[in-house]
Design a protein around this ligand. Structure first.
Ligand SMILES: Nc1ncnc2c1ncn2[C@@H]1O[C@H](COP(=O)(O)OP(=O)(O)O)[C@@H](O)[C@H]1O
Ligand SMILES: [Mg+2]
Length: 118
């Protein structure tokens, strides 16, 4: 099958690109998908992620990157990932909304239940 978007010079990654295409097709169909890309530094993980992002027109793409110095900061990764979505906070059920508000420092309260935050 030919693709309308070129593989942007990714050599030898046909199978990986097909797997990513399937993830994207699932997401466009409203299906939750998880795919883990792992490998040695320089093997081409970021290039594959960029391939996916380039094909994800019309999708909202959220990114977070691990930062070693933020390891001890509670919810640092969640903050990166979800901050662009906070405008939708009021669409969550009360307990989850409250938990996220506290986790993001938007309101005072005890350390929120991690399952409610999740
Ligand atoms: N399949 C590929 N074909 C050509 N160049 C590639 C391919 N995969 C990665 N590269 C190039 O190799 C370098 C390292 O890739 P990168 O995606 O940054 O690796 P990683 O994220 O796994 O550390 C980059 O310059 C990238 O453009
Ligand atoms: Mg990388």
């Amino acid at each position: 099958m030919t693709s309308s978007t070129p593989r942007q010079g990714l050599h030898g990654r046909r199978d990986e690109c097909q797997a990513l295409d399937q993830v994207l097709a699932g997401a466009r169909a409203g299906q939750s998908r998880v795919l883990i890309l792992r490998g040695e530094a320089g093997v081409g993980k970021s290039a594959l992620v960029e391939y996916l992002v380039a094909k994800a027109s019309g999708c909202r793409v959220l990114r977070a990157a691990g930062v070693e110095s933020e390891m001890e900061l509670a919810f640092a990764g969640l903050h990166q990932l979800c901050l662009p979505l906070m405008g939708h906070l009021d669409r969550l059920p009360g307990p989850q909304r409250d938990a996220l508000s506290v986790a993001f420092g938007l309101s005072a309260g005890n350390v929120p239940d991690r399952f409610l935050v999740g």
